[in-house]
Design a protein around this ligand. Structure first.
Ligand code: GCO
Length: 449
């Protein structure tokens, strides 16, 4: 069912695992400052040490090899490479990624590199961050440098991860760093600049290596038809791709500009008063042609027909939820990729899917997580269904390779295939990690527990 050479992988992001927040010349990120200087993160936790992946990457790559990963999705820390965000380069930061990438390649693990997974350079934030008209250029400079440096070794690039989160959560509702609550006009300006940054970075990478595969990983809110009727399907798509409310989360708002070169008209009308100035050139830059659509999908929202009326469905009382309180809805990994593929016509890579559970080390010294195995197996089956119906899917990445800092929720949430003891930094492959090994070895055929 899954194509040959399918990328079975796992993912993580720099701030969530690296630690070494001041080692070897790294600059600060907005997350470093906010977590150290406010009580913003759960129990006052920080990413200062995290999984100490910066110093333990060799061991971590050995674990990935043991699990049999074909691919690993990492992100680069922008302030580790440019301590001030632009200009001065920190060679030692680049050297770290050199070592990590070499080690992955030696172990036959394909690195998928995300340029920006939210650890924005503090020094650039002081200059206005995403509101500064030069901010797209700063990102272009960074993209160009890393593309030049890693051109011979990296085939797959992702520009920005979930712009919805760092813009809406970071700049509008203040629940992520830099913890701003800006008026809509400013939020839309920041959004537009981040999309320009994406486009310039995509172009910069392709200019260095025309064969590189470049993608973008927005987070999607997937609505799915509970009974699969055509009326439900139509309604689900309407909720994903039309502007129905004031929220900025609508999928099309973040995807149409990138894949179609224009903001959806209904949204432009709705935000008319607050829209930034947009030139023709801007939309051309933002829609620089991409090679794949990266989707991060954890759950979906059902729509259903009740007494002839189509409504947003409610989860039945007592239905399963993860430790994030997200509903378990495997159908999302069938309908989401299907809808995105139909609309944007780009090969899909599931850049994130996974589950937080209350894992602990049991008396036998192991971490038994049958819930994660059940979760992943149900979701992978649904993805397989999409594949068998012709949706072009090239890879699937479990979030996450290891437990890590879940942003404002700190270390309380455990998403890993590998358990981390944050006191001793011991790593233990969970049952799900061993199970995933078999899934990979059978190219997704054997999902049994
Ligand atoms: C995201 C981020 C990850 C999260 C994960 C679980 O998608 O929010 O990419 O960094 O940790 O999704 O919430």
């Amino acid at each position: 069912m899954f194509p040959k050479n399918f990328y079975w992988g796992a993912a993580a992001a720099s701030y969530q695992i690296e630690g070494a927040w001041k080692e070897d010349g790294k600059g600060l990120s907005v997350w470093d400052v906010v977590s150290n200087e406010t009580d913003f993160v759960y129990e006052g936790q920080t990413g200062n040490i995290a999984c100490d992946h910066y110093n333990r990457y060799e061991k971590d790559v050995q674990i990935m090899r043991e699990i049999g990963l074909k691919a690993y999705r990492l992100s680069l820390s922008w302030p580790r490479i440019f301590p001030e965000g632009t200009g001065r380069i920190n060679q030692k930061g680049l050297d770290f990624y050199d070592r990590l990438i070499e080690s992955l390649l030696e172990n036959n693990i394909e690195p998928f590199v995300t340029l920006f997974h939210w650890d924005y350079p503090w020094e650039l934030f002081l200059k206005g961050g995403w509101l500064n008209p030069d901010s797209p250029k700063w990102f272009e400079e960074y993209a160009n440098l890393v593309a030049e440096r890693f051109v011979d070794r990296i085939k797959y690039w992702i520009t920005i991860n979930e712009p919805q989160c760092f813009i809406i959560l970071g700049h509008q509702d203040g629940s992520h760093a830099p913890a701003l609550k800006l008026p809509m006009r400013a939020v839309l300006q920041a959004m537009h600049n981040s999309l320009l940054a994406h486009g310039l970075a995509a172009r910069a990478i392709k200019d260095v290596d025309s064969k590189a595969k470049v993608g973008y990983a927005p987070v999607g809110t997937t609505f799915y038809p509970k009974n699969g009727t055509s009326k439900e399907i139509e309604f689900a798509k309407k909720l994903m791709f039309e502007k129905n409310d004031d929220s900025l989360w609508t999928d099309a708002w973040w995807m149409d500009p990138v894949f179609f070169g224009k903001y959806p008209e209904d949204g432009v009308k709705k935000y008319e008063k607050y829209m930034p100035e947009i030139s023709e050139d801007d939309m051309q830059i933002i829609s620089y042609p991409l090679d794949f659509f990266g989707c991060n999908i954890y759950h979906g929202i059902p729509v259903e027909e009740i007494d002839g009326e189509i409504v947003v469905g409610k989860a039945p009382v007592g239905s399963p939820k993860t430790d994030m309180n997200w509903p378990v809805t495997p159908e999302a990994l069938y309908w989401g990729p299907k809808f995105f593929y139909e609309r944007y016509k780009k090969p899909i890579i599931v850049t994130e899917n996974g589950v937080a559970l209350k894992d602990w080390v049991m008396e036998d010294g192991k971490v038994h997580d049958p819930g994660r195995i059940d979760f992943l197996s149900r979701y992978i089956k649904q993805l397989g269904r999409a594949v068998s119906e012709g949706v072009k899917v090239e890879g699937y990445f479990v979030w996450s390779i290891m437990d890590n800092l879940e942003w404002a929720q700190g270390y309380e949430k455990r998403f890993g295939l590998v358990y981390i003891d944050y006191e001793s930094q011991e790593r233990i492959i969970k049952d799900s990690g061993h199970w995933y090994k078999k899934v990979i070895a059978t190219n997704g055929k054997d999902l049994s527990y």
